[in-house]
Design a protein around this ligand. Structure first.
Ligand code: NAD
Ligand code: UDP
Ligand code: UDP
Length: 343
């Protein structure tokens, strides 16, 4: 049996203002910022499945209500149109902070807005976490390693990032977000978790978001040439979205701050990726070379030993199994688009 004393001394992250554990019978309440986006909507599905109450905050810059429509009407789900650059008052137990455009095309569209989202948005969510004693998870990125001089990248690597380049609003923005998270952790005792996510793909990616997997898959379905930027020898490691969601939840619910690399260590050149897409969708697809973008990292591959050891997590879905899982979603949306145009 437990005494009143046990109840006050037991909680691991109880703080002033936090709902006492004695009320722990009630369901966990979780905010997902950016929950209408690609990764966020898959995370919301899994949290709702697990029995949590979920509040999504999104300004719909790159997210879509369609990604969440199956939860409308569920009393455990709430969707708030809100920009994280502005403060907000809520009472929750956990904050998954994903709000930020992730595709280079989207984050370069309005770079000042991107860095405001990363800095002011993250500051607001950390201020919220501090006030209510909630646990806060930041979705940072492999881009904090820049064009890496260490390969594969471990979490101890500090990166090689251009502070004044076209990608800086995103990679330097995320680096600052990590700094803020650690400062709130050390200075204000906020329970933080930091994930460094490597390239992730799956259903619900925006059709024309410019990322390589979504581009190649949409191009192959539309019978257009696959656009390979540069010589196509640059590498990336592609993670299926369900693996990422499992990793984010293991990190949030575990006892380690991180940062943790969450990615699939399988490494592919863009030409190899094009071959996998051809094998999966259309073997007659052709390739068209285009000039590469500025500051494009030459290679990227996570070392995930830390997440394996401390989170007991590793990805399960290899590229050749994951790609087919996004094809029918893309086919349906491209078909709807064509019907909308009367094609
Ligand atoms: P996404 O663009 O599909 O989703 C981002 C969501 O955030 C969208 O719903 C968008 O409308 C919302 N948003 C953007 N700015 C906002 C603002 N100011 N206020 C409120 N909402 C805002 O991207 P994603 O691929 O789902 O990425 C989610 C998170 O994961 C991002 O933080 C991204 O940096 C990180 N990440 C993703 C990848 C990847 O490969 N998908 C890799 C590394 C990091
Ligand atoms: N904030 C918020 N919701 C809250 C608490 C804080 O949006 O419930 C915002 C607040 O407006 C501020 C930021 O988070 O801009 C940082 O808050 P903190 O209390 O850490 O700093 P301060 O307000 O003292 O500068
Ligand atoms: N890329 C490509 N063709 C495309 C889109 C991207 O060859 O249609 C390349 C891009 O130059 C980069 C890699 O694919 O080297 C990954 O780009 P993406 O935008 O998907 O993500 P990043 O890792 O650069 O954030």
């Amino acid at each position: 049996f437990s005494t009143a004393h046990d109840l006050v001394s037991k909680p691991t992250h109880a703080k002033v203002g936090r709902v006492p554990v004695a009320l722990g019978q009630r369901r966990l309440r979780i905010v997902v910022t950016g929950g209408a986006g690609f990764v966020g909507s898959h995370l919301v599905d899994k949290l709702i499945d697990r029995g949590n109450d979920v509040i999504v905050i999104d300004n719909f810059f790159t997210g879509r209500k369609d990604n969440l429509v199956h939860h409308f009407g569920n009393p455990r789900f709430e969707l708030i149109r809100h920009d994280v650059v502005e403060p907000i008052l809520l009472e929750v137990d956990q904050i998954y902070h994903l709000a930020c455009p992730a595709s280079p095309v989207h984050y370069k569209y309005n770079p000042v807005k991107t860095i405001k989202t990363n800095v002011m948005g993250t500051l607001n969510m950390l201020g919220l976490a501090k006030r209510i004693g909630a646990r806060f998870l930041l979705t940072s990125t492999s881009e904090v390693y820049g064009d890496p001089l260490e390969h594969p990248q471990k979490e101890t690597y500090w990166g090689n990032v251009n502070p004044i380049g076209e990608r800086s609003c995103y990679d330097e923005g995320k680096r600052t977000a990590e700094t803020l998270a650690m400062d709130y952790h050390r200075g204000a005792d906020v329970e933080v978790r930091i994930a460094r996510i490597f390239n992730t793909y799956g259903p619900r990616m925006c059709l024309d978001d410019g990322r390589v997997v979504s581009n190649f898959v949409a191009q192959a379905i539309r019978k257009q040439p696959l656009t390979v930027y540069g010589d196509g020898k640059q590498t990336r490691s592609f993670q299926y979205v369900s693996d990422l969601v499992n990793g984010l939840m293991a990190l949030m619910d575990g006892e380690h701050v991180g940062p943790f690399n969450l990615g699939n260590p399988g490494e592919f050149t863009m030409l190899e990726l094009a071959e996998v897409v051809k094998d999966t969708i259309d073997s007659s697809a052709t390739i068209e070379f285009r000039p590469n973008t500025a500051d494009d990292p030459h290679k990227r591959k996570p070392d995930i030993s830390k997440a394996k050891e401390l989170l007991n997590w590793e990805p399960k879905v290899p590229l050749r199994e994951g790609l087919p899982l996004m094809v029918s979603d893309f086919q349906n949306r491209i078909l709807n688009e064509d019907e909308g145009k009367g094609i």
